[in-house]
Design a binder for this molecule. Structure first.
Ligand SMILES: [Zn+2]
Length: 392
């Protein structure tokens, strides 16, 4: 289907080399010869197939938010909670910032992302060029890291294990719908602006090639340091302050992140304890140390292990959103554990600080550009640019 008369350009996001787009056969993919990142994989799904996946995702996402994920029973009384209930309760008990972060990451931004993709694929599926194509695909890339439905699903599972010790819990329709939409949304993360551009081009539509990005500027180094400093400062209250308070029959206890991990361990759920430890303690620390090393080496203009550093950056980018796990757990527990004097669970100041850490480290990772490391180490040229432009 590829129209060879109008060559299409691809550029590596991780080191900046520009390529003429390769023609791929089924099962093939193209990798950047310089840094080893995947440039493009053979498109298995047509625009119509993606539209079908999208419609299934919209339906399951709507069900996931309309129905409770679980019902908790304490002494015969039941409390059901959906994701939106959890957000509203968190807002009402005095944590509007935690409510806003979780609402954005668990509902609003995923809903926007689905809307943008439906907009694109409903046009592509009938062979039309979507309106506002460039703007819409730009936002698809920008919103993608903030859509945390799979993280929320893991949060539901952790909450279920934590509450199983306290009371009896029945999963609801919302839980199954959340699981389905988490899987489908994970499949949809394969779509990015470059891939959508190539699909439009292969359909014979007038999709412009991606503009060759300008060499990244040095100012991103200072910005990344500043965001990381903010995250390090917030990391202290995030771990010192309780992330939630539990009161049962007059006795009140406050739980920090580490306290929660130890408690899960003592409950015998060492697997869930490990998941929470990795997501809430190991991932944020690993991100700060890894990103700090990447920025420092970039500043030193060294060419040491550039390929490995590029791969490390890809890992840091990928794991970013998983740190949000404990924040989702806390808002769910507060929504379910709502039985007045019998049992009451509320978020603590640590949850707000921890949400701040996650957002700042994600912004720091996104703002950093590994292309800069290549450029400062002396790989100044966008290597294939000259011969690429002569083919036009
Ligand atoms: Zn590359």
């Amino acid at each position: 289907m590829s129209d060879h008369a109008t060559p299409h350009r691809l550029s590596c996001h991780h080191c900046g080399v520009a390529y003429q787009r390769p023609v791929l056969a089924p099962g093939e993919w193209a990798t950047c010869f310089r840094c080893g990142s995947t440039l493009e994989t053979y498109a298995v799904f047509s625009a119509g197939a993606w539209l079908a996946v999208l419609i299934a995702t919209v339906i399951s996402f709507a069900l996931a938010n309309a129905f409770p994920v679980a019902t908790l029973y304490v002494q015969g009384a039941g409390q059901a909670a959906s994701f939106i209930d959890a957000v509203v309760i968190t807002w009402n008990v005095g944590y509007p910032e935690v409510a806003a972060i979780t609402f954005a990451a668990g509902f609003f931004l995923p809903a926007c992302q689905l809307g943008l993709l439906v907009w694109i694929f409903s046009a592509l599926a009938v062979g039309r060029m979507p309106l506002f194509f460039e703007t819409v695909i730009h936002w698809v890339d920008r919103l993608k890291p903030w859509c945390m439905v799979p993280v929320f699903l893991m949060g539901v599972m952790v909450a279920v294990v934590k509450l199983a010790g306290l009371a009896s819990l029945t999963p609801g329709i919302g839980l199954f719908a959340t699981a389905t939409s988490a899987i489908l949304i994970t499949a949809l993360t394969r779509l990015n602006s470059e891939k959508i551009r190539s699909m439009a081009h292969d359909l014979g539509l007038p999709a412009k090639p991606a503009p060759i990005s300008k060499p990244p500027s040095l100012t991103i180094i200072m910005r990344t340091w500043a965001l990381m400093l903010g995250a390090v400062i917030l990391y202290i209250p995030a771990n010192m302050l309780p992330i939630m308070r539990v009161s049962t029959m007059g006795s009140e206890s406050a739980h920090t992140i580490m306290g929660g991990v130890i408690e899960l361990w003592h409950m015998g759920s060492w697997d869930i304890a490990l998941v929470v430890f990795i997501a809430s303690v190991a991932v944020p620390l690993f991100k700060l140390v890894a990103l700090g090393t990447l920025v420092f080496l970039t500043q030193q203009r060294t060419g040491i292990k550039l390929r490995e550093r590029t791969h490390l950056y890809v890992i840091v980018e990928f794991i970013g959103q998983w740190s949000m796990l404990d924040v989702f757990v806390v808002i769910l527990l507060s929504a379910l554990g709502h039985f007045g004097s019998l049992l009451s669970i509320e978020p603590g100041g640590g949850a707000a600080a921890f949400g701040g850490v996650v957002i700042l480290t994600m912004l720091a990772a996104m703002g950093f550009d590994p292309c800069l490391a290549w450029r400062l180490a002396g790989h100044r040229k966008h290597l294939r640019r000259a011969d690429l432009e002569s083919t036009h």
